[in-house]
Design a binder for this molecule. Structure first.
Ligand SMILES: [Fe+2]
Ligand SMILES: [Fe+2]
Length: 278
């Protein structure tokens, strides 16, 4: 897929990769029932990522809209989890599943707070007011029933995906249990989430530059993204000495540098950097 493909093709391409990733990680989407019908068994079935996008006409199919941009972001973050699983040599199947599901569905709460005919908060072009900010922060809140969809570990990771950053972390008091695995996986999710959002961000001041961005010309430079990542996550300690994942002892800065050195970050096609996996 080239940089100039239309939105629907890009979405289809990423969706195909996500399904291949689930196959690769041996995560079942459905289980066959005795009567031959399929029983949905993975929470992705309940998120917009699994639903067919509805387009009113060809023009809307080929255009990027806020919902689609959000879905693309979530799919990419899920696919970064696969690169990380391979890079860190995570072998425990259950933890691979938890990690992939949490990364893929980390912004699921946005589905729950977005009204059916209302694109808020992803269509907003101005700086958020305080009411809007509170609403957006609710996308990690257990009050919106995240726990009904995901297992307790995935829910704990999702609740903390904005918790370890330096500036304005939230929620102030997470309600779920923080185990060493949850902390480590949520720290890395925060970094990957930030990286993907920063490297594909629409310039809110000049919406017309979106096309330029899609053509790969108007993205923020890797150097400035790396500096923002260092500022937000560089000082924290990523440490894991438990039983389920390979051990780690590094600073956020070292982890970010490692991501660039191993070409997990810094890939050329920012909207679909996964052409060579699977
Ligand atoms: Fe988020
Ligand atoms: Fe996100």
């Amino acid at each position: 897929m080239g940089l100039t493909d239309n939105a629907a093709q890009l979405e289809e391409g990423l969706r195909e990769k996500v399904l291949k990733a689930m196959d690769y990680l041996e995560i079942p989407l459905y289980e066959k029932r005795n009567d031959g019908s399929n029983l949905p068994v993975h929470p992705i079935n309940q998120t917009h990522l699994c639903r067919e996008m509805k387009y009113s006409d060809d023009a809307s199919k080929n255009a990027f809209n806020p919902f689609m941009l959000q879905a693309l972001h979530e799919m990419r973050v899920g696919l970064y989890a696969v690169l990380l699983i391979n890079h860190l040599k995570i072998t425990d199947k259950e933890w691979k599943h938890n990690m992939f599901t949490a990364y893929l569905c980390h912004d699921y709460g946005k589905d729950l707070i977005i009204g059916p005919n209302d694109c808020f908060p992803i269509n907003v072009n101005h700086k958020f007011g305080s009411r809007e900010e509170t609403l957006v922060k609710n996308h990690v809140s257990l009050d919106i029933a995240l726990g009904n969809v995901f297992n307790p570990i995935v829910t704990s990771i999702i609740e903390r995906h904005h918790y370890y950053r330096k500036h304005d972390p939230y929620p102030k008091k997470p309600k779920t249990l923080e185990t060493p695995e949850v902390k480590y996986l949520a720290q890395m999710l925060g970094i990957v989430d930030f990286y993907d959002a920063a490297s594909t961000r629409i310039n809110r001041r000049t919406q017309q530059s979106l096309l330029g961005k899609i053509l790969g010309r108007k993205f923020q430079s890797q150097r400035s993204i790396r500096n923002m990542l260092f500022d937000e996550y560089g000082d924290q300690q990523l440490s894991y000495q438990g039983k389920h994942l390979p051990h780690a002892e590094k600073t956020g800065r070292q982890f970010i540098e490692e991501m660039y050195a191993h070409r997990i970050f810094g890939r050329k096609n920012r909207l679909n950097p996964f052409e060579d996996i699977f």
